[in-house]
Design a protein around this ligand. Structure first.
Ligand code: RAM
Length: 361
């Protein structure tokens, strides 16, 4: 367990400094630094959106990522925490050290007890977290899912990094071109229950049904659980089990980095194509040494920033999560809520030798 809190203490907080306590608790596979403060009683109401309502000051929001030691989630949450400073709120990150289905439940319960204004969650499982999130919403704690969604009635809005269909189909399109539309391929995913990866994989499979991919065959989907070592071993296992494998798509930053590391030190380098979703900083060396030609991602910092502003807009009554409502996300500009409460950040970027050095995340 782990907590990251904004350094900024608002002047008003000084008055309640006596109630503010930093406690270190051991448990759930790690350490938590809990920041307890006097409770806010003035929470946003769900009834009707007021687009002109000002963002409330002193909001307390918490990011609950899939797992705290995932470099991608670290970037997302850090940006969201920094964004809270802009609107005069306090944000923190708490979460499990593994991405298993129910690992987030105890954290949600703690955040409810702390009466946070909003919980932002990258759900490890669409259903395991639903009950506790509904509990939170019934207590007027706003719930924003980001990165990986829960069921749509278990949160008010979902901040999607890019259109799910576009992510899934484009990964197959890109690998197809690299392989000249021929050969056995495999997917190295995160956990079996991850909503985001599973949605992308559905679209990949659907894309593969098109006639132009008739000579490409998906032989296996393996799961590295967003664990570096397990993803490394799964890559090795795939290549041993399927000697004719021509390509691997890993739609997870943890998976693609581990797969590239394995391939770069093996005889498969230059023979098996790796594509998927990665961060430029984790993938830079593999692009430069020729292990990986290209991969995609969005700006994780912008995802966290947008999620943070959405939480503030919900908690301030500017939006309630209904399609068509609009809010301002600071330096990212205006966003409109789409169908089923989905808010899309923007299209993914493809990174390769020509542009990777322009990005530093
Ligand atoms: C990993 C996580 C995350 C996903 C990225 C692309 O870091 O699985 O959920 O969005 O990859």
């Amino acid at each position: 367990m782990h907590t990251r809190t904004t350094a900024r203490r608002r002047a008003a907080m000084a008055l309640v400094a006596a109630c503010t306590l930093a406690v270190t608790v051991a448990g759930c596979g790690g350490t938590t630094k809990v920041d307890t403060k006097s409770e806010s009683t003035d929470k946003g109401s769900d009834s009707k959106a007021d687009p002109n309502a000002p963002l409330k000051k002193g909001l307390r929001i918490a990011f609950l990522p899939k797992q705290i030691n995932n470099p991608y989630e670290v970037i997302v949450d850090k940006a969201g925490i920094d964004a809270a400073q802009e609107y005069g709120g306090t944000a923190k990150e708490v979460g499990p050290s593994d991405a298993s289905a129910s690992s987030q439940v105890s954290y949600i319960n703690t955040l409810i007890r702390q009466k946070q204004d909003a919980i932002l969650i990258a759900a490890n499982d669409p259903n395991a977290v639903c009950g506790p999130l509904k509990q939170a919403m019934s207590r007027d704690i706003k719930v924003v899912s980001y990165d990986s969604d829960t069921a749509k009635d278990c949160r008010q809005v979902y901040i999607n990094q890019a259109g799910s269909e576009e992510i899934g189909r484009s990964l197959i399109r890109n690998l197809g071109k690299q392989l000249d539309y021929k050969g056995d391929i495999a997917i190295l995913s995160a956990t079996q229950n991850a909503t985001n990866q599973n949605t992308w994989i559905q679209f990949m499979k659907d894309e593969l049904k098109k006639p132009k991919y008739r000579n490409m065959k998906l032989v296996k989907t393996a799961y590295g659980d967003d664990d570096d070592q397990k993803s490394f071993q799964q890559t090795q296992g795939l290549l041993q089990a399927y000697p004719k494998l021509k390509g691997i798509i890993s739609p997870t930053t943890v998976g693609i980095a581990a797969a590239a590391r394995y391939i770069s030190g093996s005889s498969y380098r230059g023979k098996v194509v790796i594509n998927g979703l990665g961060t430029p900083n984790q993938m830079r060396n593999y692009v430069k040494d020729g292990t990986v030609e290209q991969f995609s991602l969005w700006d994780p910092g912008k995802l966290g920033y947008l999620a943070s502003y959405a939480a503030a807009a919900l908690s301030s009554g500017q939006i309630t999560g209904v399609e068509g409502e609009k809010f301002n996300a600071g330096k990212l500009g205006d966003y409109t809520i789409g169908k089923d409460g989905e808010i899309i950040l923007g299209p993914p970027t493809v990174f390769d030798k020509s542009n990777i050095d322009k990005f530093n995340f």
